[in-house]
Structure formats: structure tokens, C-alpha cells
Design a protein around this ligand. Structure first.
Ligand code: FMN
Length: 386
């Protein structure tokens, strides 16, 4: 990848990206050069409803690579009509040591990593050879600036959306030593309130970051997610609340992962829906976040330096099949329970065909983090392919 500069520079630290980014085509768009005007993009094809907002194309970038207002504004100018502001917390929070991104090379012919497969525990090759279709690992630990810094910046980000565009804030709770469950719930509520103070009128709550320890994902405890979302919804009132989830496997299947697979029992995912959307506390699900895998270098040694980093979250093409699977199941449960929640589908979207596949699986909106990082024209290409 010598001819292309991702807008987030993986060769620089998170702090340097925050201070100096975005790069490449996003930098040019910010400078007023080469960007797409929102009005000209959406003008001919009409808008669609997304959680009560009219958007040109229900496509954009999820929480992650858009670190601050400069990144989200550049994303809007490049025609990404949904731009998610990277997950914020109630307090300043440090980033994992550099490097935070590596290229990942699964063994299978189509480059997929299948949830539950032995490869995830045995080791997946990770290095600095970035190749299309792109798969990477990201290991940041969900850093956050202090609210005194991110609140005014998020306010500017919201104001920079063009016609038919929407800024989506992302937040999560912070679990610190000595916290009770009630304290942890209260931290989510505090952070949601801080987000509302920026003028946001919807938000996505992250329940799914494997980089905090892959055995401790909030979304693996749907009853606690239910308690937290109820408390958050009480705080934010009519504003829409989405929750971001990791891949949740079906409870019982026959036929493995091929086309012959039948889901016999999907009660784990259905329980999550019952604890949240069915109670009116959650209006949308965003799925999926990264899939945790052991990462090794060519010699079989730990690829990311440092304690606790033997495993890391994989995203990009490798998780496309898992993302589509989760979206189709969320759509089936929506139908079964007669609910109307919004599904934001993501995981491995790198082309207009991937966008179409997610829409066909039941996603109302689609997002791309890794694919957009390696193709700043992705939104334009999807619009051109419509
Ligand atoms: C550089 C980077 C940083 C990320 N940071 C966050 C984050 O702060 N919060 C979050 O909910 N997800 C985060 N993610 C996960 C993405 O939102 C997304 O769920 C995941 O990357 C799968 O989508 P993809 O295959 O299009 O990359 C991050 C992803 C990337 C690539």
C-alpha cells in the first residue's frame, strides 16, 4: 500500500493522529480540496429516515477512526453521511502503547475468521503488510480525552454535519478499581448526560470492546446491559439510544458455518433484545465490533508488544461473514417479536457489494471502519453504484 495514505496513519501514535490528523484524502477535503458537497450528493436521490433524522445515504463510519471534529468533518465532506465520534468516557483515559494497528492474515481462502474456530486461539498472523481486501487488528483500549476537551469538540462536530448528514456520538462506561455495579451504571449515566450537553440527540453506547479483556465484555451480560440502558434512557429521555454489540453466537446450531447451517436456538441474542429494545430503552443495535484473536508474528511469537496484548480485536474483511450473520439474526428476531428497532450493520464492509449484502440481510444502515480507512472514496463508490 504505497500509493495510498489512510486518513488515520497507523505508523503514528494515537496522540499524533489526534493532534495532526486526518491525513490523505481526508486532509485534502478539510482543506477544501477534493471533498464532496453533501447537497450535491444527496440532492437527486432523496433522503431516508434514520432514527428520526433524514439522511442522504444510510452509510458511514462507526466509532473508531474518527478521533475528533476534524476527522468527522472530513468524513462528511467525503460523502459519509453518518459519522460516529470515537467513543468518549466520563474521564480522561490513556491509550494502549504503540503500535495500535497491525495487518492480519487469516488462513482461509476468503480471508474470513469464523467465531469459535480454533484459529482464533491458535494464532493469526499479524504484521505490517497491509493488503486489500483489508483486515487489521486494532488495540487502543478505548482512550478518551477529558470531557472538558471532548464536549466542545463534539459540539463543533455536530454543527459541521451538512444537509442529510448526522453526527453520532459514541460513549461507554468506565470500570475502575473498587467500583460497585451501581457505580458502574452511574458512570454510564454520567457519560450519557455529558453527551446530551453537547446538543446530541442520539448516541451509541459501546458494550463490546474486547480490548478491555476479552472475557469481560459488557454485552455478554444482557441483564446488566438491560439495567444500564434503562438508567441511561431515563437520563436522555426521547433521544434515541443505540447499543454496539460484539458477535453473540447462536445458542444452538446444526451444520457448522456453511450454507447448510440451521439455527435451532437463538435465545442468547433474543434475551439481549428482550432486555433492551423490547422494553423501549434501546432504539437501535449496532453490530458487530471486533472479534478477539490471538495474534502471532511470522515466528509464532506474540505480535503486539506488552502484557495482556496476546489477543486483540480483529476487524475488516475477516469479520464480514460474522457481521452479516449477526445482522440477519437481529432481523429475524425483530420479525419474530414484532419490534421495529433499527439495525446498523458493520464488519468488513470494503465495497458497494458489501453495503448491498448488509442491506439485504436486514440492516437499515451500514458502516465501515477499516474499509473506509483504506478507501476514502468508499461512500462515493456506494453512491455511484446505487
Ligand atoms: C482504528 C479503530 C478504532 C476503533 N475504536 C472503537 C471505539 O472507540 N469504540 C467502538 O465501539 N468501536 C471501535 N472500533 C470498532 C469499529 O467500530 C467496528 O465495530 C469494527 O472495526 C468492525 O468494523 P470494520 O470491519 O468496518 O472495521 C474501532 C475500530 C478501528 C478500526
Amino acid at each position: 500500500m504505497t500509493d495510498f495514505e489512510p486518513f488515520y496513519d497507523v505508523n503514528l501514535s494515537y496522540d499524533d493522529n489526534y493532534a495532526k490528523g486526518p491525513f490523505g484524502a481526508f486532509a485534502a477535503a478539510l482543506a477544501g480540496d477534493g471533498g464532496v458537497s453533501a447537497a450535491s450528493e444527496g440532492g437527486n436521490t432523496g433522503t431516508v429516515d434514520f432514527l428520526g433524522h433524514q439522511v442522504n445515504l444510510p452509510f458511514g463510519i462507526p466509532a473508531g477512526p474518527l478521533l475528533n471534529e476534524r476527522f468527522t468533518t472530513a468524513a462528511f465532506r467525503m460523502g459519509f453521511d453518518l459519522a460516529t465520534y470515537k467513543t468518549v468516557r466520563s474521564r480522561a483515559w490513556g491509550c494502549n502503547p504503540f503500535p495500535n494497528v497491525l495487518a492480519v492474515h487469516p488462513k482461509s481462502a476468503d480471508g474470513s475468521l469464523i467465531p469459535g474456530s480454533a484459529e482464533l486461539d491458535e494464532g493469526v498472523l499479524a504484521d505490517t503488510r497491509y493488503e486489500q481486501p483489508i483486515s487489521i487488528s486494532n488495540s487502543f483500549g478505548v482512550p478518551s480525552r477529558d470531557p472538558d476537551e471532548w464536549q466542545p469538540d463534539m459540539k463543533r462536530a455536530i454543527a459541521a454535519a451538512g444537509p442529510g448528514q448526522l453526527l453520532i456520538p459514541s460513549f461507554q462506561g468506565s470500570r475502575v478499581e473498587g467500583m460497585t455495579t451501581d457505580d458502574y451504571i452511574a458512570d454510564h449515566v454520567t457519560t450519557a448526560r455529558l453527551v446530551t450537553e453537547t446538543g446530541a440527540d442520539l448516541m451509541v453506547m459501546n458494550t463490546s470492546c474486547p480490548n478491555e479483556g476479552h472475557n469481560r465484555l459488557l454485552c455478554h451480560d444482557p441483564a446488566l446491559v438491560g439495567r444500564i440502558t434503562e438508567a441511561v434512557k431515563n437520563e436522555i429521555g426521547d433521544r434515541a439510544l443505540a447499543i454496539k454489540m460484539a458477535y453473540i453466537p447462536p445458542t444452538e446450531v446444526t451444520g457448522g458455518w456453511g450454507p447448510e447451517r440451521t439455527i435451532v436456538d437463538d435465545s442468547a441474542l433474543e434475551f439481549m433484545v428482550r432486555e433492551t429494545a423490547a422494553r423501549g430503552t434501546v432504539q437501535a443495535f449496532s453490530a458487530i465490533n471486533t472479534i478477539s484473536a490471538k495474534l502471532v508474528d511470522a515466528a509464532g511469537n506474540q505480535a503486539l508488544p506488552g502484557a495482556g496484548r496476546d489477543r486483540s480485536g480483529v476487524c475488516g474483511r475477516a469479520i464480514r461473514r460474522a457481521g452479516l450473520d449477526m445482522v440477519a439474526r437481529l432481523a429475524a428476531i425483530r420479525e419474530k417479536l414484532g419490534l421495529d428497532y433499527t439495525i446498523i450493520g458493520l464488519g468488513g464492509v470494503v465495497s458497494p457489494e458489501d453495503y448491498a449484502a448488509y442491506r439485504a440481510a436486514g440492516a437499515d444502515a451500514v458502516m465501515s471502519a477499516t474499509g473506509a480507512m483504506w478507501d476514502a472514496d468508499l461512500a462515493r463508490k456506494i453512491k455511484a453504484a446505487r
